[in-house]
Design a protein around this ligand. Structure first.
Ligand code: TXA
Ligand code: MG
Length: 396
């Protein structure tokens, strides 16, 4: 995977070269498509570029970033600064990762590597040349080789590892099209490369095989499922991305921040409906509370006109066929019911897009979402949805 990616369209090539030059020789940022979500990139070797990423996103800087590479050779030569052995390309990568890399790279898999590389030659101790701001003072750094052609070409031409979190304002749902990036960051990044809709729609799966040499830890469920990973490594993968339970105090810094959250109120229902009447009763209760809250806030702003309540429903199996006739709504209320797709892969692809469209475009006040079982893609989907709903998760 070291060769130059094929970009035949001359305009695309020109734009890519321009963006790559910016990454290689300035501290400006470039937003670009990947197969998971759009990223906001800057050179991982350049402190000022990394600072600019945090600034544009308004992201707290204690959350480390993923460095994106276009080949394994770049990890050796550009990150560690050692010669790459083409006959033994994974020589400098811990063995537990080898089957995963062979099967899943390029693709939505992020791995953690040690900052200090112990080479066989005892006199050579190489340390990753990454900006300390990308690693958040950890002993490891996160790296991924994306499969999206535009991303690969951009990194290849820049020949620098590219630090890139999702290209959205911090706390908002991640962007899966250039339009979403433009909405959040139009005057905050130098270039936005438009590569169409992201094919996967949630971020990469983060795997850690170095913190505990005996375990394979799943730190973030993502584009590859836990089941995908287990099939390849043929052993158990330990999920370490435990969500904050209700009333539980915050233990790690990352947990104190709102994430994937639209500005409207989000209520997430458990997948098992048991009794649709109980679901409808709960919806009615939430509608009434939200109406009261909005009316109370209007009095403050002297906004007297009654515009009704805008309600969104994102359904998968049962909520998409909702009989809205049974809800007591007011004349000016509007209710928008959308299906998240026919299977979990489609749901995964649509979830951020629908969250954004209902929020940024439709400006809804209250959103009900149907949850799914935490199996296969369901684990990553529920990880994101639980964070957007905060504590508003209704189980039946
Ligand atoms: O799909 C993706 O991974 C996207 C696209 C743009 O490639 N990028 C992305 O980056 O989601 P970001 O910064 O939003 O997520 C980085 C994740 C976070 O969960 C962070 O805590 C974890 O990787 N991470 C990064 N470095 C780490 C480290 N040294 N130890 C533990 N976790 C780390
Ligand atoms: Mg993000």
């Amino acid at each position: 995977t070291g060769e130059e990616p094929l970009i035949s369209d001359p305009t695309t090539r020109e734009n890519l070269l321009k963006a790559a030059k910016l990454l290689a020789s300035t501290s400006e940022t470039v937003a670009f498509p990947t197969e998971t979500v759009y990223g906001l990139g800057g050179s991982s070797l350049n402190d000022e570029a990394v600072r600019n990423i945090y600034k544009a996103k308004n992201r707290p800087s204690d959350n480390p970033l993923i460095s994106h590479v276009s080949s394994i050779k770049q990890i050796d030569e550009v990150i560690y600064g050692v010669t790459h052995d083409a006959a033994n390309p994974l020589k400098n990568i811990p063995k537990n990762y080898h089957p995963l890399i062979n099967k899943l790279w390029p693709g939505p898999l992020t791995i953690l590597l040690p900052i200090k590389l112990n080479t066989l030659d005892k006199n050579v101790r190489k340390e990753a040349k990454l900006s300390k701001l990308t690693t958040g003072n950890q002993k490891t750094f996160a790296v991924r080789l994306p499969s999206n052609n535009v991303a690969r070409a951009l990194i290849h031409f820049a020949n620098t590892p590219v630090a890139a979190p999702s290209a959205n304002t911090s706390t908002k749902p991640s962007p899966t099209s250039a339009k979403h990036v433009y909405f959040d960051l139009k005057d905050k990044t130098s270039i936005i490369l438009d590569g169409g809709d992201c094919s996967i729609g949630v971020e990469s799966t983060v795997i850690d095989c170095v913190t505990d040499a005996d375990k394979i830890l799943l730190l973030r469920p993502g584009g590859f499922t836990k089941e995908d990973v287990e099939k390849i490594v043929d052993r158990e993968v330990v999920v370490e991305c435990v969500l904050k339970k209700e009333n539980e105090s915050v233990r790690t810094p990352g947990m104190k921040y709102k994430h994937y959250a639209p500005s409207c109120k989000v209520v997430l229902f458990s997948p098992d409906k048991k009794d649709i009447n109980a679901v409808l009763k709960e919806m009615q209760l939430r509608i009434d509370i939200e109406r009261e809250y909005i009316e109370a806030n209007k009095k403050h702003t002297d906004e007297k006109s009654n515009t009704g309540l805008k309600i969104g429903v994102l359904g998968y199996k049962y909520l998409k066929d909702l009989e809205i006739g049974v809800l007591k709504l007011e004349e000016k209320d509007r209710i928008l019911i959308k299906s998240l797709g026919d299977d979990l892969k489609q749901m995964q692809k649509n979830i951020f897009k629908e969250l954004r469209e209902l929020d940024d475009v439709e400006h809804i006040d209250l959103l009900f979402i149907e949850g799914v079982d935490e199996e296969n893609e369901g684990l990553a989907i529920m990880n994101r949805l639980s964070k957007s709903a905060g504590s508003d998760i209704v189980k039946f």
